[in-house]
Ligand binder design. Structure first.
Ligand code: MN
Length: 203
């Protein structure tokens, strides 16, 4: 198990067939203002790959992996990552599975749906969020930053397995599929000017 840092792009498609876990780190939470700094990926076999996004440099290999329609992308809160990837890399990184959305649909007994909460309850593992708000645009990332960034994709395959069991148990797998399919459009609405508006709401 290793955390590998790549400058500017992936050196090749390094991933085994099947779903790939994806997360992003940006300079902040304002998608249009705050540039994309890092994209993390894992195929669930043990290694995590961190790709630094260098301003002005294209990342064709990374983009090809993210745009591969044959490869399911696992996110936690896909809505944010999809908007960031759309805005900063110009890509639609689908098809989508979102562990946060799945959690909302099955863990109706709680309002705690953070990645840390899910990993604790479903996998019995404690992860640190201490580096969440740090300078992802710095010229050198610290070991703590790299480990934090990697931990955000390390558990998504295992979470999907647990969440899929619960979605099946509660009869909500089809509802989850429909929500996942809508997420790229929810991200598009965020970028198009309806960030916090529920266009389905009345009044
Ligand atoms: Mn993250």
């Amino acid at each position: 198990m290793a955390v590998l840092l790549h400058e500017g792009d992936l050196p090749g498609d390094l991933f085994a067939p099947g779903p790939v876990a994806v997360d992003t780190e940006a300079m902040g939470l304002n998608t249009r203002r705050d540039r994309l700094c890092l994209v993390q990926l894992s195929d669930g076999r043990g290694d995590e790959h961190l790709v630094r996004i260098l301003p002005g440099r294209d990342a064709p290999v990374l983009k090809a992996v993210l745009e591969d329609r044959a490869r399911l992308k696992l996110y936690h809160f896909a809505r944010f990552d999809l908007a960031v990837l759309r805005h900063w890399l110009g890509i639609t990184a689908t098809p989508v599975y979102c562990t946060r959305t799945a959690s909302l649909l099955v863990r109706t007994y709680t309002d705690r749906h953070g990645l840390k909460d899910l990993v604790r309850e479903l996998l019995g593992i404690e992860i640190s969020k201490a580096q969440q708000s740090s300078d992802w645009g710095a010229p050198h990332l610290s070991e703590a930053q790299k480990d934090y960034a990697a931990s955000d994709v390390r558990y998504l395959h295992r979470l999907k397995e647990e969440l899929d069991l619960r979605l099946a148990r509660e009869g909500r797998a089809a509802l989850a599929e429909a929500c996942f399919a809508f997420l790229p459009w929810r991200a598009e609405l965020d970028l198009a000017g309806w960030p916090e508006v529920d266009i389905f709401a009345h009044g």
